[in-house]
Design a protein around this ligand. Structure first.
Ligand code: NAD
Ligand code: ZN
Length: 270
C-alpha cells in the first residue's frame, strides 16, 4: 500500500469512528526538540536513560538523578507543542469519545489543549515522597521542583520564569515537608508499577473503534501491550512511527513517517 493510500485508509476509519484512542510515546515530542530515550540525544553526560530512570539510581545518587530531571524540565519548559500535539488536541474536541494515553511526562499534550490526558508514566512537573511516608498526596506539583529551571525559558513555560535569586544550579532534591525525606520526580521509573487507577482508565479507553500508537518504540511494558489489547477487543489498530517497531507487524495499518507530518495529513482528509 502506498503512503498516501495508508493515510487515506486511516482517515477513512476515523471518519466513521466515535470512540478513538491514541497511545503516544516520546516520538510525538521529538519535533519539539525533546530527545527520545533510544534515539540520538538520548544520552545525558554519558549516562543512558535506563541507568538514570530507576529507583536504584536515585537511591545511589539522588543529586545526579535530580539534576537530570532538572535538565529535562528545562528542555521542556523552553519547547513548544508541535503539529502532532495540536492535531491530537483538535481530535479531542472532534470525536465524541476521544481518549489519549501518553507515556510522555513532558505535559506537551496538555499545553496543546488536550484535557483528561491519561498519564501512564506520571509527570515531570510533579514530585512524590521518596520515603512514601503516607502523609502527603501520592503526587503533587511542588514549586521547589521548578527552581532549577534555566533562567531563559519561554513565557509559556509551566513554571516560574527564573530560579530564585541565590539558588545554585546542581542542587540536591528538595525535602518532604512531612517526613524530611527526599522528594523524587513524580514519574514512573523502569521496574515500577503503573498506578492502578491509571491502568483502569487505560483499560476502559481500549474499548474503542480505532486505536493508534504514535511515536512509541513499543518495547516498554505494559504500555507496549495497549494497542494490541485494543485490537484483540475489536478496534481497528494503526501505528505512526518513522521506524518499524515490534508492534508494526501486529497492527492493522503501519504508517512509516514522523508524527507531526502524518497526523497533519490524516487530519486534512477528515
Ligand atoms: P522511545 O525513546 O523508546 O521511542 C521513541 C520512538 O519514537 C521510536 O520508536 C522512534 O522511532 C519514534 N520517533 C522518533 N521520532 C519520531 C517522530 N518525529 N514521530 C513519530 N515517532 C518518532 O520512547 P517511548 O516508547 O515513549 O518509551 C520510553 C519511555 O521514556 C516512556 O515511557 C516515557 O515515559 C519516557 N520518555 C518520555 C519523554 C517525554 O516525555 N517527552 C521523552 C523520552 C522518554
Ligand atoms: Zn514524606
Amino acid at each position: 500500500m502506498s503512503d498516501d493510500d495508508a493515510v487515506e485508509a486511516l482517515a477513512e476509519r476515523l471518519r466513521g469512528a466515535s470512540r478513538v484512542t491514541v497511545v503516544t510515546g516520546a516520538g510525538v515530542s521529538a519535533a519539539s526538540g525533546i530527545p527520545t530515550f533510544r534515539g540520538p540525544g538520548g544520552l545525558w553526560r554519558r549516562h543512558r536513560p535506563e541507568e538514570l530512570a530507576t529507583a536504584a539510581a536515585f537511591a545511589r545518587d539522588p543529586k545526579l538523578v535530580w539534576e537530570w530531571y532538572a535538565w529535562r524540565r528545562g528542555l521542556v519548559a523552553s519547547a513548544k507543542p508541535n503539529r502532532a500535539h495540536e492535531v491530537l488536541a483538535e481530535w479531542s474536541r472532534r470525536f465524541p469519545r476521544f481518549r489519549l494515553i501518553t507515556q510522555n511526562v513532558d505535559g506537551l499534550h496538555e499545553r496543546a489543549g488536550t484535557s483528561d490526558v491519561i498519564r501512564f508514566h506520571g509527570s515531570l512537573w510533579e514530585v512524590s515522597c521518596w520515603e512514601d511516608c503516607g502523609r502527603t498526596p501520592a503526587r503533587w506539583r511542588d514549586e521547589r521542583a521548578f527552581e532549577d529551571l534555566p533562567p531563559r525559558v519561554s513565557s509559556s513555560a509551566p513554571g516560574p520564569r527564573h530560579p530564585r535569586p541565590g539558588r545554585r544550579r546542581g542542587v540536591l532534591p528538595p525535602r518532604c515537608d512531612a517526613c524530611g525525606g527526599w522528594l523524587r520526580p513524580g514519574v514512573v521509573w523502569f521496574g515500577e508499577p503503573i498506578d492502578p487507577e491509571v491502568l483502569e482508565a487505560s483499560r476502559e479507553a481500549l474499548d474503542c473503534d480505532v486505536c493508534i500508537a504514535v511515536g512509541t518504540s513499543a518495547v516498554v511494558y505494559p504500555a507496549a501491550g495497549l494497542v494490541t489489547t485494543a485490537g484483540a477487543r475489536g478496534a481497528f489498530t494503526a501505528e505512526v512511527n518513522p521506524e518499524a517497531t515490534p508492534a508494526s507487524g501486529a497492527v492493522d495499518l503501519a504508517i512509516a513517517g514522523p508524527a507531526e507530518e502524518v497526523l497533519g495529513r490524516v487530519d486534512r482528509r477528515l
